[in-house]
Design a protein around this ligand. Structure first.
Ligand code: NAP
Length: 215
C-alpha cells in the first residue's frame, strides 16, 4: 500500500531509525518532538536492509517495518514509510529526504528526528550540507547522555533528552534472548510479533530453552 500524506500536512517529522525493534521510547520521543515543534504528522522511516551492524545482524526490513506499523497504528499523528526499505543499497538520509520531498511536494517543512548518537556523526554523512538545508535536525537521547552539537550551526539542530529513551532496542533484544519480559518496554503487538517470529533469539548464542514467554 502506498501511504498518502494528509494534504493539509505542512510540518512533517521524519523519524529515521533501524527500529530493531521499535520500542516505547521511540514513540514517546516522536510524540514529544511532535508537541514541541507543532508537527502535523510524524512519518516513521525504517532504514533499508543494512550492512551488518558491528554487534549484531539486523532483522529483515519487512519485520522491522511491520513492527513499526503495529506500534504506530493507534496514533493518528503517526504513519510509516517504506521509502528507505524499497530503495536498494545502504540508506543515506539525503536520499530519504529527497524521495519524501518528491513524494509529498515542495510545500512542506521537514524535521529529521533520530538518535543523537547517530546524529553525532552527521559531518561524515553523504551530502550532509544538503541534509541540513532540507530539514531541521532533531537529536533525541537517553538520560545521562552528553548532548553535544556535532558542529552544526545552532539553528540547524535541536537536541532533546527524552527520559523514556532509557529503553533501547539493544536491551530489548538482549532481554528476549534471555527470556526476560519486555512487556511495557514495547507495545504488546510488537512483543507478540517478536514471539510469533522467534526474533532475537540468536542475540544470545546460548539461549536457555527452558525459559518461555516474553510477555
Ligand atoms: P543507530 O546507530 O542504530 O543508533 C544509534 C543510537 O541512536 C542508538 O542508541 C539508537 O537507539 C538511537 N536511535 C536510532 N534511531 C532513533 C530514533 N529514531 N529515535 C530515538 N533513538 C534512536 O542509528 P541508525 O538506526 O543506523 O540510524 C538512525 C538514522 O540516521 C537512520 O534514519 C539512518 O538512515 C540515518 N543515518 C544516515 C547516515 C547517512 O546518511 N550517511 C548515516 C547513519 C545514520 P535504539 O537502538 O534504541 O533505537
Amino acid at each position: 500500500m502506498v501511504y498518502t500524506l494528509d494534504p493539509r500536512t505542512k510540518r512533517l517529522g521524519i523519524m529515521g531509525g533501524t527500529f530493531d525493534p521499535i520500542h516505547n521510547g521511540h514513540l514517546v520521543a516522536a510524540s514529544e518532538v511532535a508537541h514541541r515543534f507543532a508537527l502535523d504528522q510524524v512519518l516513521f522511516v525504517p532504514t533499508g536492509q543494512p550492512w551488518q551492524k558491528e554487534d549484531h545482524k539486523v532483522s529483515e526490513a519487512e519485520h522491522r517495518y511491520l513492527m513499526t506499523v503495529i506500534a504506530t497504528a493507534a496514533d493518528a499523528r503517526f504513519e510509516v514509510s517504506r521509502v528507505d526499505i524499497e530503495r536498494p543499497g545502504p540508506t543515506f538520509t539525503v536520499d530519504t529526504l529527497t524521495d519524501l520531498r518528491k513524494q509529498y511536494g515542495e510545500d512542506l517543512e521537514m524535521f529529521f528526528i533520530t538518535g543523537a548518537d547517530a546524529l553525532s556523526n552527521i559531518l561524515t554523512w553523504r551530502d550532509h550540507e544538503q541534509v541540513v538545508e532540507m530539514a531541521h535536525l532533531v537529536g533525541v537521547t537517553r538520560p545521562g547522555h552528553n548532548l553535544q552539537n556535532p558542529g552544526l550551526p545552532s539553528e540547524a539542530i535541536t537536541l532533546i533528552e527524552i527520559p523514556a529513551l532509557a529503553i533501547s532496542s539493544t536491551d530489548v533484544r538482549a532481554r528476549v534472548a534471555r527470556g526476560e519480559p519486555i512487556r511495557y518496554l514495547v507495545p504488546d503487538g510488537v512483543a507478540f510479533h517478536i514471539q510469533k517470529h522467534n526474533l532475537y533469539l540468536d542475540a544470545n548464542p546460548n539461549p536457555d530453552p527452558t525459559i518461555v514467554g516474553i510477555l
